[in-house]
Design a protein around this ligand. Structure first.
Ligand code: HSE
Length: 402
């Protein structure tokens, strides 16, 4: 693509991020881009632009020959996969922010890029406005990267911050997160740690070349947190943060999502509200922190705009680390064997009844407290046994790494 040329976009979705993109594109001086058509699903919804800007038929965009880029910003994962795949098969470059779709179909989408000689870029899918994927891919290419520890869900960070600083109720704050458009259409994805898991999966590809499946990554969320947990942390000068981690230990990797107690010495302690942060640690660069708004219309729209702009100079992810791991093979590597899940971990566990934690493999208990309503333990447990609590809608147990 010629970077002086005016580029033509076909946009799928005009929700929070789609409208954010529309605004930042209108305010941008540098990029000469026009949204030719916007494909939306709901025929009855009132929109802020003229009706002739919209279509309800995806082929009105996918079958056009004059578009340079398809921008996919919808929440239906299956539909998003269909749109992105078709556009790539038609030889069109794609920008997407659908983390779930990308994480669940990563290898297929990687292959489609190679087979059709097109680019698929998705900075807006991870960390909102924070430019992290291209940095991990390019800047940390030769660095001995050791770990990425990150706050990657704006909704959870917003809930945790306001519970602590304002003493507000979890449900009330979640409603605010929904009205601010931080939360997913199904907020369970946020609070259960699923959304953060999709994001760390994408980070693991660009940081380490690891190709994981969502079900291989443990996600424990904040859905069962209560004010007592926040108070417990506060009394000890700690804060609870939903952290995602991808770390290299020898020739194995640990990748998971879990609430953590964080102390003041960590820069992540002061990352508040809907802000996200990614702490990258390399053997020689030591710790570096990237931070910015992780959710919301304009911050995410600006990341999408940056991807569109990158396409004007023919940017594509090099996937150097992934290709090294693939070693010329065209089938998905079994990265699971590179994952370490056989270790012990220290956790705070709050429960009301012992039967709720019978599947937890406890190695030793360091602290124990019982009350009429709640019990908690600080214990060393087998990491693997935490999978019993992952994505479990019935469990009321709150688990936090110490
Ligand atoms: N629901 C997501 C969040 C939106 O709260 O972080 C940004 O991916």
């Amino acid at each position: 693509m010629n970077n002086n040329k005016k580029i033509s976009l076909g946009l799928f979705g005009f929700g929070c991020v789609g409208q954010g993109l529309y605004d930042v594109l209108n305010m941008s001086q540098g990029l000469q881009a026009t949204i030719e058509k916007i494909c939306v699903r709901d025929k009855t919804k009132k929109r802020r632009l003229d009706a002739n800007r919209f279509t309800f038929d995806k082929n009105d965009i996918l079958k056009r020959k004059d578009l340079d880029v398809v921008v996919e910003l919808i929440s239906d994962t299956n539909e998003a996969l269909e749109i992105v795949s078709t556009a790539m098969k038609n030889g069109v470059n794609v920008v997407s922010a659908s983390k779930e779709m990308l994480a669940k179909n990563f290898f297929q989408l990687f292959k489609l890029q190679q087979e059709n000689n097109v680019s698929l870029i998705y900075e807006g899918s991870v960390g909102g406005s924070i430019p992290i994927l291209r940095n991990l891919e390019e800047y940390y290419d030769n660095e001995l990267l050791q770990s990425v520890r990150a706050i990657l869900n704006g909704t959870c960070n917003y809930i945790l911050t306001r519970m602590e600083l304002e003493g507000k109720d979890y449900g009330e704050i979640l409603k605010d997160a929904q009205s601010n458009s931080f939360a997913e259409a199904d907020p369970w994805l946020d609070v259960s740690g699923c959304d953060a898991k999709y994001k760390i999966l994408l980070i693991a590809v660009h940081a380490f070349g690891l190709l994981l499946k969502p079900e291989q990554i443990l996600n424990l969320g904040i859905q069962n947190i209560c004010y007592e947990d926040i108070l417990y942390a506060k009394e000890k000068g700690l804060r609870i943060k939903l952290l995602t981690r991808a770390e290299k230990l020898g020739d194995k990797y640990r990748v998971y999502v879990m609430p953590h107690f964080i102390d003041k010495s960590s820069e992540l302690f002061n990352v508040l509200y809907e802000y996200n942060a990614v702490e990258v640690e390399g053997a020689f660069s030591c710790k570096q922190l990237f931070t910015g708004k992780g959710a919301g219309s304009h911050p995410t729209g600006s990341a999408v705009l940056s991807d569109i702009s990158a396409l004007t100079y023919n940017y594509r992810y090099g996937y150097k680390k992934l290709k090294k791991l693939l070693n010329g093979n065209s089938t998905a590597p079994d990265s699971a064997k590179l994952l370490d899940s056989d270790f012990n971990i220290k956790v705070y566990v709050r429960f009301s009844n012992k039967s709720e934690i019978e599947k937890l493999e406890i190695v030793s208990i360091e602290e124990e407290y019982k009350s009429a309503k709640n019990n908690y333990i600080i214990a060393i447990v087998k990491f693997k046994s935490l999978f019993h609590f992952c994505g479990n809608h019935d469990s009321k147990v709150f688990i936090c790494e110490v």
